[in-house]
Design a binder for this molecule. Structure first.
Ligand SMILES: *[C@@H]1O[C@H](CO)[C@@H](O)[C@H](O)[C@H]1NC(C)=O
Ligand SMILES: *[C@@H]1O[C@H](CO)[C@@H](O)[C@H](O)[C@H]1NC(C)=O
Ligand SMILES: *[C@@H]1O[C@H](CO)[C@@H](O)[C@H](O)[C@H]1NC(C)=O
Ligand SMILES: *[C@@H]1O[C@H](CO)[C@@H](O)[C@H](O)[C@H]1NC(C)=O
Ligand SMILES: *[C@@H]1O[C@H](CO)[C@@H](O)[C@H](O)[C@H]1NC(C)=O
Ligand SMILES: *[C@@H]1O[C@H](CO)[C@@H](O)[C@H](O)[C@H]1NC(C)=O
Ligand SMILES: *[C@@H]1O[C@H](CO)[C@@H](O)[C@H](O)[C@H]1NC(C)=O
Ligand SMILES: *[C@@H]1O[C@H](CO)[C@@H](O)[C@H](O)[C@H]1NC(C)=O
Ligand SMILES: *[C@@H]1O[C@H](CO)[C@@H](O)[C@H](O)[C@H]1NC(C)=O
Ligand SMILES: *[C@@H]1O[C@H](CO)[C@@H](O)[C@H](O)[C@H]1NC(C)=O
Ligand SMILES: *[C@@H]1O[C@H](CO)[C@@H](O)[C@H](O)[C@H]1NC(C)=O
Ligand SMILES: *[C@@H]1O[C@H](CO)[C@@H](O)[C@H](O)[C@H]1NC(C)=O
Length: 764
């Protein structure tokens, strides 16, 4: 029985923040070589959750009646109409499971919605919207009879500024990402669909993510502490929320492929984090048969890969045990039962576009939620002299191809915008951009372009428009109230970006601003887009980051531009003044030779942690965004939760580790509260953010946020619960989360640098 220590609270004080430390001496950088072997795979049992246990009980009984061929058949992909199709065992009532992309809407199907991309949802900093997003997506996947939805995404987290898939995640912070993961898993699985969190783990770049003629894939080499505190952290939230499957990743870690890395699968995921669901390979990410089975992979996609008959043989000759194969199948069937998919789940209704088929319309009224998230994730970063909101202008100039629909966005019928490449230098999309490229791309039923929505509004006001979507030096009409310039920045799966700007768009903004004293720039970007070549131009009066808003793009933008909704989106990443400010975290690692290495020597210091460490002033910091009203912050107070235990280490568990990790990690130790008042003229949302300085960790890390709606002159108390995990570090020697007995400065502010209140927590 461990002794309980009391947790005391120091008097509130202003605290000077100490800067954290990175690796300054190369010899301190951990040696990377091979991934430690962790065998065998822990068998799934349902852990400590009675519902999971009941599902396992049923699954075990079914699996015990399967032949070896049937079991092997369930662990592999087959041809079918879905992105992935597992094997069926019809005589025992187990159907082929349908797996489908994408994280922001069902890919390649008709009568489905195109939701905002996850990066846009991250920018809302709103847990309720995150939940409703997962719920609506889950309802659509369910409606089409899709069993496994390949979402949500926490890897990549956003280590590399130019990485191609950062927009598929919630933003470059593990806490923000974790809140998104937890909410979306709850939302989707509450609809009965199996969520598949991806990509586990360290899939931080596209370049050389797969083996090829140049050699093996890149190896992401990260120290154990950083692995836990940054990259596994948001997955812990997905696991804690009950996620029933995980997708392993393409690249290697410590030179071992993601889908056969026993440390990551058997070790961290299935032992330390108690995962009870099944692990699916990313498509064609399997690179060995026996090795992947024994390392903890449970099902291979899209086809048999190295399994099929070879797995049958491997089980027959003892290279893979019966126990392991039974566990693989039981994990899959248990997930199916756990989500109650045997009880009235719709038949698979997924069809190829070129075959006439029945219409299954799953859109419901999701368009209104899409519009709401679209405006909530729109980030206003500049607004000189309150140029915005627009006040019923009678005459608008509209410039840039991002204002209009792309001419032929369906060159690849399975995804909007073309797919893995575009026709314009891979850096922009010639048409408005509502999502990024690759398997994360959605299939919108329609797209409301910014031009369409603006035109509707101007017509209502009996106004007029002049537009030019193509010219880099368009004619400016001097009588116009404003010039709206639309630009975008494209990114896609399968390649990383080569720039965070493009010269066409920068020239366009310059040229318009030269002749238009009220130039408003809207940026649709799949990630970071630097803006320093024109941000300080005196005629650029307002700048809006519209990110990737989904099918209601124009409507959600106009809601913000015209002030029907006061903007409250916050940047989920740091926008630097100069691309070089990202340092080694700008480009993906190219690596040389047949065994390229990507050492994450920066440790915990990515995105704003990097800018804070090196004292680099960004153009717009993480968490930044403007409003049409003002808020005051007051009365910071800190309370200690009743019965809180501040023991340095967690008590030993007498049960298996519940999925997600030790339950005490999720206990609230302290609650920080503030009073927030809308002191401005209009109603709106504010996003107060809590940052904690954990000793020996980066100077400030996000550990709380809340999106709060207040009428003018209204006040509210906003509380931020701090769990044990929020305050802990990963102790690599003890292999445990550790609560240091020390002082923890805390700040509450309007961004990661706009500190309004500070206090101190003393853990002793
Ligand atoms: C780096 O650390 C090693 C081992 O602690 C030490 O011998 C060496 O002097 C250090 N180098 C510098 C430049 O501080
Ligand atoms: C990778 O290697 C480092 C250094 O040996 C070790 O600390 C870490 O735990 C390893 N991680 C994995 C996933 O193998
Ligand atoms: C394997 O699964 C496929 C796809 O569901 C099915 O057509 C086939 O009959 C199954 N084979 C066996 C041996 O169960
Ligand atoms: C399931 O298996 C049966 C044979 O057992 C086969 O006829 C049927 O087509 C399979 N269904 C699917 C969806 O693969
Ligand atoms: C068995 O493995 C070999 C490679 O070792 C592969 O060529 C073959 O396709 C595999 N067979 C099946 C059924 O997966
Ligand atoms: C068992 O079968 C697997 C799959 O064909 C093969 O890779 C492995 O070498 C075999 N092992 C033995 C000991 O024969
Ligand atoms: C903003 O307002 C100030 C003070 O009224 C004025 O000097 C300045 O020219 C205005 N700037 C713009 C871009 O309208
Ligand atoms: C965009 O496409 C139009 C044709 O639809 C073309 O005229 C224009 O030059 C293109 N813009 C760029 C920047 O490629
Ligand atoms: C911008 O204004 C300058 C000078 O006032 C003029 O020479 C130029 O043609 C204008 N550009 C456009 C595209 O109207
Ligand atoms: C990033 O890549 C570009 C070329 O793609 C290169 O010019 C630049 O030097 C690289 N920057 C860094 C910091 O590696
Ligand atoms: C701003 O716009 C006005 C009006 O077109 C123009 O006269 C002025 O030169 C522009 N300012 C700059 C710095 O380009
Ligand atoms: C950005 O940084 C690079 C490298 O330090 C420098 O050459 C360049 O002038 C900088 N650009 C701007 C706009 O400051």
């Amino acid at each position: 029985m461990a002794t309980l220590r009391s947790c005391s609270i120091a008097a509130l004080s202003f605290v000077a923040l100490a800067w954290g430390q990175g690796y300054t001496n190369e010899s301190e950088v951990p040696y990377y070589g091979q991934s430690p072997p962790v065998y065998p795979t822990p068998e799934g049992t349902g852990g400590t959750d009675p519902a999971w246990q009941a599902a396992y009980f049923r699954a075990a009984s079914i699996v015990s009646q399967m032949t070896l061929e049937e079991k092997v058949n369930v662990t592999r992909g087959h041809p079918g109409t879905c992105v992935g199709n597992s094997g069926n065992v019809t005589r025992l009532g187990i159907p082929a499971l349908c797996f489908s992309d994408a994280p922001d809407g069902i890919r390649g199907q008709e009568f489905v919605s195109a939701f905002p991309a996850q990066i846009h949802v991250g920018a809302t900093f709103d847990r309720d919207l995150m939940y409703r997003y997962g719920e609506a997506l889950g309802a659509e996947f369910r409606g089409k009879g899709i069993n496994v939805a390949l979402l949500p995404v926490a890897g990549p987290l956003g280590r590399v500024a130019r990485a191609g898939r950062n927009w598929e995640g919630f933003g470059a912070d593990p806490y923000l990402s974790g809140m998104g993961m937890e909410s979306v898993v709850h939302g989707a699985q509450d609809q009965g669909v199996i969520a598949q969190a991806k990509h586990w783990l360290l899939n931080e770049q596209e370049y050389r993510r797969n083996p090829g003629s140049a050699g093996e894939s890149i190896s992401s080499n990260v120290d154990d502490r950083t692995l836990h505190e940054l990259y596994a952290f948001p997955f812990m939230d997905a696991l804690h929320a009950g996620v029933a499957s995980i997708m392993c990743s393409y690249q290697r870690t410590n030179n071992s492929y993601g889908c056969q890395n026993s440390k990551l699968l058997n070790g961290v995921l299935k032992t330390e984090l108690g995962f009870q669901g099944f692990v699916t390979s990313d498509w064609a990410a399997q690179h060995a048969g026996v090795a992947s089975a024994n390392a903890g992979l449970d099902i291979v996609m899209p086809d048999g890969g190295y399994w099929g008959d070879n797995l049958t043989e491997a089980v027959t000759n003892g290279s893979v045990t019966d126990t392991r194969l039974n566990d693989m199948v039981t994990r899959i069937v248990a997930a199916y039962f756990h989500l109650n998919q045997d009880q009235g789940y719709p038949e698979v209704g997924v069809y190829p576009y070129n075959i006439q088929h029945e219409i299954i319309d799953v859109q419901a009224n999701h368009a209104s939620l899409i519009r709401e998230i679209g405006s909530a994730g729109t980030v206003l970063v500049k607004n000189t002299n309150n140029t915005l909101p627009l006040r019923s202008p009678r005459f608008l100039n509209i410039f840039g191809y991002d204002a209009k629909l792309p001419d032929s966005p369906w060159t690849n019928p399975s995804r909007f915008g073309g797919g893995y490449e575009v026709n314009f230098g891979w850096s922009t999309l010639n048409g408005t951009m509502i999502t990024g490229g690759g398997s994360g791309s959605s299939a919108p039923p329609y797209v409301v372009s910014p031009f369409q929505a603006l035109q509707n509004r101007v017509v209502q006001d009996h106004g007029i428009l002049r537009w030019d979507f193509d010219s880099v030096n368009p004619t400016v009409y001097a009588n116009a109230d404003a010039c709206l310039v639309f630009i975008n920045a494209y990114a896609s799966e399968s390649f990383d970006r080569t720039s965070l700007t493009d010269s066409f768009s920068d020239q366009l903004v310059h040229n318009v601003a030269t002749n238009c004293s009220n130039t408003i720039v809207v940026v649709h970007s799949a990630g970071i887009r630097v803006v320093d070549s024109w941000i300080e131009h005196p005629n650029v009066t307002a700048v809006v980051f519209g990110l990737l808003p989904g099918q209601e793009s124009g409507n959600s933008l106009v809601d913000v531009l015209y002030g029907d909704i006061s903007p409250s989106g916050r940047l989920p990443f740091t926008i630097a003044k100069n691309e070089s400010d990202y340092g080694n975290l700008l480009n993906s690692t190219i690596g040389s030779g047949p065994f390229p290495q990507d050492d994450f020597t920066e440790g915990l210091y990515i995105d704003y942690r990097h800018f804070d460490l090196y004292n680099i002033t960004p153009r717009f910091e993480f968490g930044y965004g403007l409003s049409y009203t003002q808020f005051s912050y007051s009365n910071l107070s800190i309370s200690l939760a009743a019965n809180a235990s501040c023991d340095e280490y967690l008590p030993t568990l007498s049960t298996p580790t519940p999925q997600g990790g030790h339950p005490a990690l999720w206990e609230t130790l302290y609650t920080v509260s503030i009073t927030l008042t809308n002191t401005g003229p209009v109603a709106g949302h504010e996003v107060p953010q809590l940052y904690v300085s954990i000793p020996t960790a980066p100077v400030r890390q996000l550990r709380g946020f809340e999106r709060v709606y207040l009428a003018s002159n209204e006040s509210a108390t906003v509380s931020f619960p701090l769990t044990r995990r929020d305050l802990s570090v990963w102790d690599v020697v003890a292999q445990q989360w550790r609560l240091q007995h020390s002082s923890y400065p805390v700040v509450v502010g309007a961004s990661s640098r706009d500190v309004r209140l500070s206090g101190n927590i003393n853990v002793s």
